[in-house]
Design a protein around this ligand. Structure first.
Ligand SMILES: Nc1nc2c(ncn2[C@@H]2O[C@H](COP(=O)(O)OP(=O)(O)OP(=O)(O)O)[C@@H](O)[C@H]2O)c(=O)[nH]1
Ligand SMILES: C[C@H](OP(=O)(O)O)C(=O)O
Length: 204
């Protein structure tokens, strides 16, 4: 399975700016990218990083400085039943080979893992006319686009893959369930789980 891993190399993870400075956000984003690439390979996928700028990483890199949606659509253009393509976001810090293998094996022309909050964390495309439209309620948009071209859709239900690390609360998930480089980076940076007023959170 060809697997595109989109990566914003220049201004990653801005929603974590009140917790992490720019270098730290880059380091966490990079650790998650490495975790995702390892998980893709463990699932038998062949990853290509679709990056906004050149990066030094242990995988082929396709540089495209356009916005996410046109860059992904260009790279997906030749997806077909005999040559499926997947898109797996680089901020899935809990991704595992087993979880991705379930997605890659889903028997549908479009298989979707929704992200919490309405996004699309991962996709497999086997239909030549399917196009992505990221941001906003992209899960709903991708179901509509699939319906418009009569593509059959599988929705893959996965706690690990539906957890994208965008905000403070997502760091709880990484510290609680993660065992990869991103979780190790967070611990090394001094983050730990905390319970305040009966609610789970993180503190540094
Ligand atoms: N190639 C490419 N990847 C992108 C772009 N924007 C975001 N990504 C990647 O797409 C995935 C989802 O990104 P988002 O969570 O929407 O954005 P983010 O830049 O990671 O974080 P925020 O700045 O907090 O929105 C992550 O793997 C990003 O690295 C882009 O313009 N081009
Ligand atoms: C790219 C975007 O990610 P989010 O901003 O929802 O994390 C989406 O899934 O459409």
């Amino acid at each position: 399975m060809r697997v595109l891993v989109p990566f914003d190399a220049e201004r990653p993870k801005t929603r974590l700016a009140d917790l992490l400075d720019e270098r730290e956000r880059s380091a966490l984003a990079r650790a998650m990218l490495d975790d995702v690439l390892a998980a893709v390979r463990a699932a038998g996928g062949e990853p290509t990083v679709l990056s906004t700028a050149p990066i030094d990483v242990d995988a082929p890199v396709r540089v495209d400085d356009r916005a996410l949606t046109p860059a992904v659509n260009d790279a997906l253009a030749d997806a077909a039943p005999e040559s499926p393509a997947a898109v797996v976001m680089a901020d899935l810090g809990l991704a595992t080979g087993d979880a991705l293998a379930d997605l890659f094996d889903a028997d549908a022309e479009v298989a979707i893992v929704p992200g919490r909050g309405g996004g699309t964390n991962a996709l497999v495309v086997r239909h030549p006319e399917f196009r992505v439209d990221y941001h906003g309620l992209s899960y709903r948009d991708h179901r509509r686009i699939a319906a418009e071209i009569d593509a059959d859709v599988a929705v893959v239900d996965s706690h690990r893959l539906s957890t994208d690390v965008d905000e403070r609360a997502d760091l709880v998930e990484l510290l609680l369930h993660g065992d990869g480089r991103a979780t190790a980076w967070l611990r090394d940076a001094g983050f730990e789980l905390a319970v305040e007023g009966g609610r789970a959170g993180v503190r540094r």
